[in-house]
Design a binder for this molecule. Structure first.
Ligand code: MN
Ligand code: MN
Length: 300
């Protein structure tokens, strides 16, 4: 059994892991494994660069949208979908370094028409709803039904597709169970439930596709999560696969952060992360977990 403090610190590690995976993976985003190897041998430093020309330790839309959502929940002291959408609008107006086309379309649709659920679109099976879902998982800790509702609502602001919905629920469940002490077999069983419903997500015989298609993204994350034995090796694995590496890094980072906990996160990565980002994600994670059903029980 984990103590309440350990559970809280795993929530913090999940948000820190997300930001670290984003910062680390941005360097190799849209490269292929051969190009990465030629340039870095094995990429394992937060060194910035990449196609965005990022400063070392800076993060991209994956972390920024997560922070925007987390702030909206914390400011409202509860779930507030229009508050989240408003923060996405403010974030987009601030000319972010990167924004996905499906995210842009959904945010514009909210700005112009007040729509908080994008219409179903067969092309919306991108990973943009999953990459930023962590705050919804932290805020709903210990209530699976509430988690399902919130992760899907936030995703559908921009991405309305059953594969995205199912991916969000699966990752949300893995994060929550990992935070409360699940072992790797239990996490693997959660992926089995997803694969039973959507066989596409099968990740045995992983083919190495790491695109922004949510199926490729989760196959990459799951492959490295279950074939490595540490936070560090899991993240090194996904970011050296290239493709949508900042996003596979972010998703692997949130699950592995929750699973391995704060002591498993290399200091050199934590220290390299932008100070303001590190402090804010740790603070927001703690507030979200305290606001959750688990947190309200614990604080009684
Ligand atoms: Mn990104
Ligand atoms: Mn990306």
């Amino acid at each position: 059994m984990l103590t309440a403090d350990e559970i809280l610190s795993r929530g913090r590690a999940a948000f820190l892991g997300l930001a670290i995976g984003d910062a680390l993976g941005a360097t190799t985003e849209f490269m292929n494994p051969r190009e990465i190897q030629a340039r870095h041998k094995v990429h394992r430093k937060i060194c910035g660069g990449g196609w965005l020309g990022l400063k070392p330790g800076c993060v991209t839309d994956d972390t920024e949208m997560s922070v925007a959502m987390a702030r909206a929940i914390v400011d409202a002291g509860g779930w507030n979908l229009t508050g989240i959408a408003d923060n996405f609008v403010a974030w987009m107006r601030g000319k972010p370094i990167d924004i996905g086309s499906t995210c842009r379309k959904g945010i514009r649709n909210y700005m112009l028409n007040g729509v908080t659920e994008s219409p179903y679109n067969e092309w919306d099976a991108g990973n943009g709803g999953v990459m930023r879902m962590l705050p919804a998982a932290l805020f709903t800790l210990d209530d699976d039904a509430l988690m399902q509702r919130c992760v899907v609502e936030q995703a559908r602001l921009t991405h309305n597709h059953p594969l995205s919905d199912s991916a969000c629920i699966t990752v949300g469940r893995m994060i929550q169970r990992a935070m409360t002490g699940a072992n790797r077999f239990e996490l693997h069983a959660i992926t089995r439930e997803l694969i039973d419903r959507h066989p596409n997500f099968q990740f045995n015989n992983y083919k190495g596709n790491a695109s922004g298609y949510v199926v490729d993204t989760l196959q990459t994350v799951f492959h490295y999560l279950f074939t490595t034995a540490s936070f560090e090796e899991c993240l090194v694995g996904v970011v050296n696969q290239g493709g949508d590496a900042d996003t596979t890094g972010a998703i692997a980072g949130m699950i592995a952060g929750a699973f391995y906990g704060p002591d498993a996160i290399p200091d050199r990565w934590s220290r390299k992360l932008d100070d303001a980002v590190r402090q804010e994600v740790l603070d927001l994670a703690e507030r979200l977990v305290r606001l959750s059903p688990w947190g309200s029980l614990w604080q009684q």
